[in-house]
Each structure stands twice: as C-alpha cells, then as structure tokens.
Design a protein around this ligand. Structure first.
Ligand code: NAP
Length: 320
C-alpha cells in the first residue's frame, strides 16, 4: 500500500519545528504533525500569516518569528526556542524562495543561497543540542528536483553573487546545497554517535506560493505546463517530508521524493540524487564555507561511534 499521511505514527509528547509553515508544503507538514499530537512550532517570517496558519491547523502550536534573510533573526528565533523548550524532536527545514523580489539577504548573501541554505544551516546548528540526546530525533531538509540545475562552483563568490535573482541555476545551487548539507550532517551525526538522523526530502512539483516569484520569461511557459500536467497538491507534496520525519523504517541519510512521472508526483519513496550531491568532498567544502559565512559552529556530542561513520542506507520500498 502506498505511503500516505495515514501512516504517520502518533507524535504525542514530541515537539516539532517547521520553517515556512505559513503556507504551501510547510503548512501541510505542520498540519499533519499537529493532528498526530505533536506540539508544532510554526517558524514564519510573518507572524500574521503564521497565526492564520495556526488557526487553520488547530492542535497544539506556537508561532515563532523567523526571517531566514537575516542571521540576527535566525539567532533570535533559536534563542527564543532554546529559552522555552528543553527538547526538539523534529526540525523540518522547509522554507524556501525561488526568483524572489530581492537580490541579496540582509547579510549580503545571494538570495536563494542565503534563505534556502545558509539560514537553515545556521538555525540547525543553533538548535542541534536540543536534539542530539533524543533517540528518534530527526532533521529533514527540503530539497528539489532542481538540485540538478545547480551548476557551477558553490563557493564564496556564488554565495555573495548579486546576479542570481531570476536564475534557475542559483535556485538549483541552493537546492543542491540542501542535499549536500543533509548528507554531511548525517555523516557528522553518525560519526559523533548521536541518535539524531538527518534526511532530505523533495516534494516533486506543487502549485504553491513558490511559483509566484519573478522567473525569466522563457521559464514561464515551461513552469505553467509542468504545474498543469505533472504537479500534485501541497498536501500530497508534503508526504516526502512527513515520511522522512516520522517513518522509523527510513534511515538517516535517505533522500525521499514522489514516485511517479519523473518524481514530480506520487507517493513518497527513495529519490534519486545527482552525482554532484553525492560528492563527499563537496559536502565537506560546503560545510566549511557555511561555517565561515554564518559564524555558526556545530556542537556535536563528544562520544564517537566509529562503527556508525558514513552509514548511508537508501530506502528500498516499492514505488507507490
Ligand atoms: N512547490 C514546488 O513545486 C516545490 C518543488 C521543489 C521544491 N520545493 C521546496 O519546497 C519548500 C516549500 O515551498 P512551497 O512550495 O511550500 O512554497 P511556498 O508556498 O512559497 O512556501 C514557502 C514558505 O517559506 C516561507 N519563507 C519564504 N521566505 C522566508 C524567509 N526569508 N524566512 C522564513 N520563511 C520564509 C514562506 O513564507 P511567507 O508565507 O511569508 O511567504 C512560506 O511559508 C521550499 O524549500 C521549496 O524550495 C517546492
């Protein structure tokens, strides 16, 4: 039977934080987690939209202000969470932008790379020790099929570029960074012997607010046709994230996505990752670049478990 939200186990007693929960896939992810009994922190750049989302979701929620264009905001959000919570079971790095109206973030980073990758890199590092003592804790980073368009070097010049606003390559690079980060985090957690798992998920294609950006003219008809023929609604597009966050049979290091029509729609199962995203040297380079750019250093637990080092077990479930 294809995996659906009916498979999400009881989450009572668990605390989850979902970034970009004010709409689209993040809202659907938060809705199901809250419905299954988790206390869900909706991390949103607009408190008003966050509160409206909380009202739609019901269950036990709290809206946290988080603007990923600003590392100060990321630090404030993390401090606020740390002040109120002793544990975080699930972190879903979901928020994202594509072809936004601004070129750079407040800290001078290329908009896609700053919001989609660096903001989440910093947030995860600042919350990590709320998670690393908790068996079953998970960090899910939401990537995209577009990671394959992430060509060119992922270096400081690209990170600070002012020319990526309407560039599919720049969006693709930020999504490639999401995959490289999720894998490197998985390896570092496993090496440290932490029970926390890092996974990646991509939603396929879904007609959400992400598509309301300002794409180059030649992408408009392609996007319209893709959304018309290949997409699925946000509640279905949220299933890879939900499965990565909650299915105990899916191991750390996995990458999930939809099963049908070139992974654009369908039930969540193992997804393909580009060769570039599996490059361990690139994963390590991105980690060091991200530490340097954000100033966030991760505090991994100090008990090493060498036998776990480098474990990557793809999901082998039948495609639904
Ligand atoms: N939809 C697709 O076809 C598709 C395909 C591949 C991957 N994805 C990925 O799926 C994830 C969710 O996107 P979506 O499709 O649900 O798009 P969406 O409807 O536009 O939702 C994006 C969410 O991110 C939030 N966000 C944007 N900028 C932010 C910032 N600076 N700080 C904090 N939050 C911010 C948005 O908040 P506001 O409400 O304030 O705008 C919104 O809640 C993204 O990572 C995206 O790259 C989507």
């Amino acid at each position: 039977m294809a995996w659906s939200d009916a498979h999400v186990l009881d989450q009572s007693g668990r605390t989850a934080l979902v970034t970009g929960a004010s709409g689209g896939i993040g809202l659907e992810t938060a809705r199901v987690l809250a419905d299954r009994g988790a206390h869900v922190l909706l991390a949103c750049r607009s408190m008003e939209r966050g509160r409206a989302a909380a009202a739609r979701i019901g269950g036990s929620t709290e809206v946290v202000h988080l603007d990923l264009t600003s590392l100060d905001s990321v630090r404030e959000a993390a401090e606020g969470v740390r002040g109120r919570y002793e544990r975080l079971d699930l972190l879903v790095n979901n928020a994202g932008v594509m072809f936004p109206s601004y070129r750079r973030t407040e800290d001078g980073f290329e908009a896609h790379f700053g919001v989609n990758h660096l903001g989440h890199f910093a947030l995860t590092g600042l919350l990590l020790d709320l998670m690393t003592a908790l068996p079953g804790s998970r960090i899910v980073t939401v990537a995209s099929l577009a990671h394959r368009a992430g060509l060119g070097a992922l270096d400081e010049d690209a990170a600070r570029s002012s020319t990526g606003r309407r560039s599919l390559t720049a969006y693709g690079r930020s999504k490639l960074a999401n995959l490289l980060f999720a894998q490197e985090l998985h390896r570092r957690l496993a090496t440290a012997g932490a029970p926390t798992a890092s996974l990646a998920a991509h939603p396929g294609l879904s007609p959400t607010g992400l598509w309301h950006g300002d794409p180059p003219w030649f992408l408009r008809p392609v996007a319209a046709a893709g959304l018309r023929w290949l997409a699925h609604p946000a509640d279905r597009a949220a299933l890879p994230s939900l499965r990565a966050a909650t299915d105990p049979h899916v191991p750390g290091g996995a990458h999930l996505g939809p099963s049908k029509l070139f992974e654009s729609r369908g039930a969540p199962t193992a997804a393909r990752s580009s060769r570039a995203s599996r490059d361990m040297a690139a994963q390590d380079r991105l980690w060091k670049l991200s530490e340097g750019l954000t100033g966030v250093r991760y505090a991994f637990p100090s008990v090493p478990a060498p036998e776990l080092s480098g474990v990557v077990c793809p999901v082998t479930d039948a495609r639904g």
